[in-house]
Design a protein around this ligand. Sequence first.
Ligand SMILES: C[S@@+](CC[C@H](N)C(=O)[O-])C[C@H]1O[C@@H](n2cnc3c(N)ncnc32)[C@H](O)[C@@H]1O
Length: 245
Amino acid sequence: MIETMVVRHGEYGIDAPAVPATFVGLGAAALVPAVTGYPVRALRPLWVALAALLGGSAASYLYATRSGKFAAWADVLDELGLRGDERVLDMGCGRGAVLLAAARRLGDGGQAVGVDLWRSVDQSGNAEATTLANARAEGVADRVELRTADMTDLPFPDGSFDLVLSSLAIHNIPTPEGRAAAISEAVRVLRPGGRLAVADIQHTSAYAERLRGLGLEPQVRDLGPRFWFGGPWVRTSLVTATRPG
Ligand SMILES: C[S@@+](CC[C@H](N)C(=O)[O-])C[C@H]1O[C@@H](n2cnc3c(N)ncnc32)[C@H](O)[C@@H]1O
């Protein structure tokens, strides 16, 4: 079953909300000397450029988090060509942007499982109850399960998923060892022949390296301007791989 989540009925918040708030605050502060020329009139063009840069960064970030990432993930999920009966895991599902888009592509027998620690510093309004409400709003609550767990130590048996997804989540783990553990856990819970798709703004080369170390042959690609968080200097890459059968 292929269905692109064009219209969203849930509320998905803002990723790392302190970041766009900082862009907006600094941009507003730069507007004062940009408009007035105070205190050094000759520097006014620099303040104008800075205010424009910060305003543009805020716009890019808010577009990515509110709209662009949904469109980019819809394409990724369509490319994965789900049959509809898969068991899918989303590591760091947050309010369900990717989890529920995957669930919309499942039918009878399919299940989408989301794991998270519900950290509101990483996504505004992050809470299990919010994700559950979104699952109901999207009409997929019957095939969605949520678990509170750390993705570096997943509470699932080996080989229990057909597809493991993760979006903008693994970089939140502060240590390289922790991020490597999350990738190892993703592979452990995949069945032989199962697939992995991880999108992130940092460390994707390290994820690919870890996957190679585990015997997979990952591919990494850029997800384009829809997934820029503030500008081309914070791009999102997608790592995909298949667990050898
Ligand atoms: C930026 S949000 C992205 C949420 C969602 N994947 C999306 O794209 O909308 C990152 C998520 O990772 C979760 N997270 C961070 N560290 C985690 C960990 N060690 N285990 C599970 N979830 C974690 C946060 O709670 C948050 O929900």
